[in-house]
Design a protein around this ligand. Sequence first.
Ligand code: FES
Ligand SMILES: [Fe+2]
Length: 446
Amino acid sequence: MPQITQEEDFPGGLKARTAERAVLDKTRYTNPAVREREWEKIWSRCWLFAGLVSDIPGAGDYFLYELGPESVVVLRDEDGNVGAFYNVCQHRGNRIFSGSPGWVKQVACPYHGWRYHLDGSLAEVPDADRFCPAITAQERSLKTVRVEVWAGLVWLNFDPGAEPLADYLGPIVSRLEPYRFENMLLAKHQTVALDANWKTVRDNFLEQYHVDFIHPQHAGFVDCCNSINTLWPMGHSATVVEGFVTNSRYRVPEEVPEPLRPFLESLGLDPAAFSGRVPEIRAAVQQRKREVGDLLGHDYSPLSDAQLSDVWQYDIFPNTFMTINPEELWIFGPRPHPTDHEKCFLDKFTLQIPAETGCDEAKGLSLHPALCVSRDAERPEHESFTRDDVLAGKHSLTITIDQDIEYLPDMQAGMRSRGFDRAVLNADEVRVQHFHDWVDAWCADD
Ligand code: FES
Ligand SMILES: [Fe+2]
């Protein structure tokens, strides 16, 4: 079956679609001048997912968000407020913080010892009487960046006049709140350096056209060719595929496909019982998750039956995309390289519902076979690695994402060739089109 695409405009009349296109000139991925325009028009004006509020539970806790040439520190003060500041000392511009996440009693620049309170205000200047005119906190406190916290996620905006985050996200807020991301725990934090433009990465995750070819294992547990896409203003979009089913392009198998077996077994369902009844698995899992959730103390009541079984991906412009199962959330974000248009850093945060309510070893039950993190666990180390590390098997972002990562630098290298001028897109790549329509809209002259 073909994919279905629907458009939802924002209240107030902002339209989901700005233009139709079927080709993408390669220069948008390879021309350094594009990087500068995107920096001014997109990265300096859009809301950006930066990290988790759970990384800064107490006064003095901080994490860094590095984007292009900028470094921002997100810091909790003594009153419990979350602030965001350019990581720049107001004496002579030294970077103050390094290492992330971390904790400080007071903010101190290592160069000449200027000190700032946790709310960013200037606290102390060594040999202050040697400055003429005198230094004032009003003039020389840390420079702020807009920050909002939603669903346990910290969002930044470099534009002081930007609209509130909720207005920027529109209906996505109410669509995602039932998942209660704020109750999930960080299970993995990974960053892979890629020789690819950030939009090359975005494009890959905005279409399922490639799935049959580089992710053949998907045919055994999701129906990727039969998705419903939603397009929103700002450049946001979503896609949903049914889970606990097989690919509708192919004959339904008699036996339960291998990838589904651990999911059934962890819920206490016997795969053998579904021999010859594979199409019945999705509904059985929906029902069984509610039963096991009640047994283990996990509340699924805010979620619909479809949300219990299906995989949603939400794409929040410009660079945040979330793959959402009810028990596990992946948040991705390619960040542009500071100087090279053809490189980026792809972050992946893996969050899970707590093991305390997600599994019970004694009962042999788990709502998802990968659940592994309990509330009192140490924060996982931030893993930073390269595509070569992934290919060598030293690090993995899961089989599926590793398969994507293998191809992304090859896409970038191919687009650079004199033998390539522009990409052509089909109807099932509509979210790629929509994303680039909005890249153009954001980059247009005011
Ligand atoms: S640059 Fe920070 S104290 Fe001088
Ligand atoms: Fe993929």
